[in-house]
Write a protein that binds this ligand. Structure first.
Ligand SMILES: Cc1cc2nc3c(=O)[nH]c(=O)nc-3n(C[C@H](O)[C@H](O)[C@H](O)COP(=O)(O)OP(=O)(O)OC[C@H]3O[C@@H](n4cnc5c(N)ncnc54)[C@H](O)[C@@H]3O)c2cc1C
Length: 480
């Protein structure tokens, strides 16, 4: 069955009869009937802001959550309000020979979609959100935020899907980069929830991709992140029954307990029940570097109570400075926590690794990392992710049992270079134990690690060459 939904009319039929591929159709139709740049420009109207337009700079700034705005300037920004707008914008870029960057929720700290001389298409004004409980599917624009989506899923349907731990993160980048969200140790990462996708290709055609048809587009959307070769305009996401209970334990520690706490977390990560999500945050507590450990449980009353009680029974928690157990909470939160590791309004630099290093190797590397927090909001995030479960049919292909990121969070522009160096230096010290890095917090420009397996990288490059031979869509940002 033909699922490419573009209205190609007779050209499609002719191509099918002649046994030509749809790529050929798209190209020949583009040559014949696609309007020129002037017509497309007119169709986009006031939604297209050329550089020099009085609103351009405000929209450019809004396109990136990070207060450290990229020093890169697209030729124009399209504030798309429909899928048609995205198609017209891609065709316009093609007519002008420009590249295209796509922004969903804008929370990628790097702002990979913001490129000099390109067309930036912002999906911020696409607000589709439909839930089909009978097929357990949420159909959304990629700009819908994880907390916004889950508010509807939970409030109206008692359903849920993994989304970012922080508020206001777009599902677009979260899913496309992998997506390590709430209850992902049970449901899998965000990309695993992506059952189908609607995407605009380099010629401006709309493709509906599933595992059965046009699977290359789905495979790549599940983990290729900024390396994707299309503009995703609609996600079809798996949703799950909302856990009956969400409760957590929280502990703070003096840094003197760092080694003991880290060893406990590392050694027990593979044994923590899947419905328990455990993280450690190194941050300033009362003006000194300290530790916060959180264990969040999802499931039935019995499952959650049992898992949190068992966690709390570990002797290491008797040494905590503060201890709160069995606290009800809502995930994702609708509001930013005062201790959010990546707060709004701050300049942010991140670098990260995945590691499988055993405790003996990992623990000795932790002190210099956790001790050295040069500012009040700087933090080290340590997530107990394993045991690693492979995601089928996905570009997403690098994971480790433990995830560690160094997050520089500050206000002063004059400190940019210093803080780039801080994040880089913190993570470079961990390179000997790294098995790769996470695309969601990618820092390819400064720290080019392995983000996809060799096999997945190779396939991605082949697909990019096949489906976007002119390189219409920007790819990974390898240089800041
Ligand atoms: C406060 C905060 C909390 C976070 N918490 C988590 C967390 O708990 N778990 C986790 O895994 N990550 C987390 N992240 C990282 C986050 O998942 C990534 O930065 C993600 O890319 C953000 O998605 P977005 O749509 O908001 O961002 P965007 O900046 O819009 O997207 C990032 C990149 O993805 C590509 N892209 C996005 N949408 C499309 C599209 N529709 N078509 C084609 N390409 C597209 C573009 O290259 C774009 O530059 C967090 C980030 C922040 C700032």
């Amino acid at each position: 069955m033909l699922t490419r939904r573009t209205m190609l009319g007779g050209a499609v039929a002719a191509a099918l009869v002649e046994g030509r591929g749809l790529g050929t159709v798209a190209r020949s139709v583009a040559a014949q009937g696609v309007p020129g740049a002037a017509t497309l420009r007119k169709r986009l109207g006031a939604r297209m802001l050329m550089r020099g337009n009085p609103d351009y700079e405000a929209m450019r700034q809004l396109a990136v959550f990070n207060a450290r705005k990229p020093n890169r300037f697209p030729n124009a920004i399209v504030m798309a309000e429909s899928v048609d707008d995205v198609q017209n914008a891609v065709r316009y870029a093609k007519a002008r020979g420009w590249k295209v960057g796509i922004r969903s929720g804008g929370h990628g700290w790097v702002g990979s979609h913001m490129r000099d001389g390109a067309l930036l298409i912002s999906l911020a004004n696409l607000r589709e959100l439909r839930v089909e409980p009978e097929t357990m599917t949420a159909i959304i624009s990629p700009s819908i935020t994880g907390d916004g989506l889950n508010a509807v899923l939970q409030g109206e349907h008692k359903l849920m899907t993994p989304s970012a731990h922080g508020v206001s993160v777009g599902m677009g980048g979260f899913v496309m980069c992998g997506g390590h969200g709430w209850n992902s140790r049970v449901w899998g990462p965000g990309c695993q929830q992506l059952k189908a996708i609607d995407v605009i290709d380099a010629d401006g055609n709309l493709i509906h991709a599933t595992a059965e048809e046009h699977n290359d587009w789905l495979w790549a959307a599940r983990g290729a992140g900024p390396g994707y070769f299309g503009a995703a305009v609609r996600y079809y996401l798996q949703v799950h029954p909302m856990p009956q209970v969400m409760r957590r334990n929280g502990y703070t520690f003096d840094l003197s307990h760092l080694e003991e706490v880290t060893a406990f977390l590392r050694n027990n990560t593979p044994k923590f029940p899947a419905h328990l999500e455990v993280v450690m945050l190194g941050r300033m507590i009362d003006g000194r570097p300290g530790l916060f450990v959180g264990a969040s449980g999802f499931g039935s009353e019995e499952e959650v109570r049992g898992a949190l009680d068992a966690f709390d029974a570990a002797p290491v928690f008797r040494k905590a400075a503060t201890r709160k157990v069995q606290q009800p909470f809502v995930a994702p939160s609708r509001y930013e926590s005062p201790t959010e590791s990546l707060p709004a309004g701050y300049r942010i630099v991140i670098d990260n690794i995945w590691t499988n290093a055993p405790s003996e190797q990992l623990v000795p590397l932790m002190r210099s990392l956790f001790e050295n927090l040069p500012g009040e909001r700087f933090n080290i995030f340590f997530q107990c992710w394993g045991p690693v479960r492979e995601v089928p049919n996905a570009a997403y292909s690098v994971q480790g049992e433990i995830y560690i990121s160094a997050n520089a969070v500050y206000m002063d522009e004059a400190e940019d270079a210093k803080n780039d160096a801080w994040a880089l230096d913190a993570i470079r010290r961990l390179h000997p134990i790294s098995v790769g890095a996470q695309m969601n917090d990618e820092n390819m420009a400064l720290d080019p690690q392995r983000y996809l397996s060799e096999e997945a990288s190779k396939r991605l490059e082949e697909l990019r060459a096949r489906y976007d031979p002119e390189g219409r869509f920007v790819s990974f940002l390898m240089k800041a």
